[in-house]
Design a binder for this molecule. Structure first.
Ligand code: URA
Length: 281
């Protein structure tokens, strides 16, 4: 790899707060991952500590269809030693790494039980979340809370919303509630990736097409993805419909029933005692 490009990669990760990049040996994975992954060594970039304030990165506007973010979708194992949610939030700081910083009031990092066995990942904050600094607190959030609490209750679990962890692919509200752009997801996805590696949940429930595509690195739509288990690194992922979609009068009873079925599967896989293998669900 070109030295300048490697330097850019390392600076990019340093700015994200990543202090070590563990590089896998050249294997079959090399073709699917960015070429920086393929170097057969452990690269520990020398970085000044503490991490300097993040420089403002001017990200050009995207045009035309683009691929899903590869770094995030791949098994690119970037995470500092002894990482923690607090450290990730510190590293995000007053993040200016992409254009979404311009319109946000607050960074919506995530909320819930930091020892949760189940993590829900949404798309990005809306107006209510931006105002309160918490994920899923608007109408879609209220539906999500009901879905978790009611399904769990009906299935005989004591689990309620505060027992799980909830976060989004991007932490700043996209303008006009548009879907996040691939480059925004790639930049912010590094923080989500670290959150998931710290939390190490037994399963992830991806809410909607954006979260599912970002986690799984696929262009497949939510209708095809939902209801089946997929993997993010070694963690099972269940894609399901986004609560905002379920709130639309046009979404229909079938989608609602399917979302409840997906959630039931997830809850049983995560909380059944004794645990049962994924293949049972
Ligand atoms: N929709 C999302 O995807 N995330 C939120 O936090 C709120 C609405």
């Amino acid at each position: 790899m070109d030295r300048d490009l490697l330097k850019q990669y390392l600076e990019f990760y340093r700015d994200l707060g990543v202090k070590s990049v563990f590089v896998e040996p050249r294997t079959a994975r090399a073709s699917a991952a960015p070429s920086v992954v393929a170097a057969p060594a452990v690269v520990t970039p020398k970085v000044p500590a503490p991490v300097p304030p993040a420089p403002r990165i001017e990200v050009p506007a995207m045009s035309g269809p683009t691929e899903m973010p590869k770094l995030f979708a791949s098994d690119f194992p970037v995470s500092p030693d002894n990482d923690s949610l607090v450290k990730i939030q510190e590293d995000m700081g007053d993040c200016q790494r992409c254009r979404l910083c311009k319109g946000r009031k607050t960074i919506v990092f995530g909320s819930g039980n930091d020892r949760a066995r189940l993590v829900f990942v949404g798309e990005g904050p809306g107006a209510d979340e931006d105002a309160q600094g918490l994920p899923f607190v608007g109408r879609a959030g209220q539906l999500l809370t009901q879905m978790i609490d009611n399904t769990s209750g009906k299935e005989g679990f004591a689990i309620r919303r505060p027992d799980v962890y909830i976060c989004n692919v991007v932490k700043c509200r996209p303008p006009e509630n548009r879907a996040p752009e691939p480059d925004e997801m790639e930049i912010c996805g590094q923080f989500l990736s670290r959150q998931l590696m710290v939390l190490k949940p037994r399963a992830i429930c991806a809410l909607g097409g954006t979260a599912s595509k970002a986690l799984l690195g696929t262009k497949e739509g939510i209708t095809k993805l939902r209801g089946k288990w997929h993997m993010w690194r070694e963690i099972p992922v269940m894609p399901t419909y986004h609560p905002s979609y379920l709130l639309r009068p046009t979404s229909g009873q079938t989608a609602k029933r399917e979302a409840w079925e997906d959630l039931k599967k997830v809850l049983h896989y995560v909380y059944d005692d004794p645990p049962r293998p994924l293949s049972d669900f």
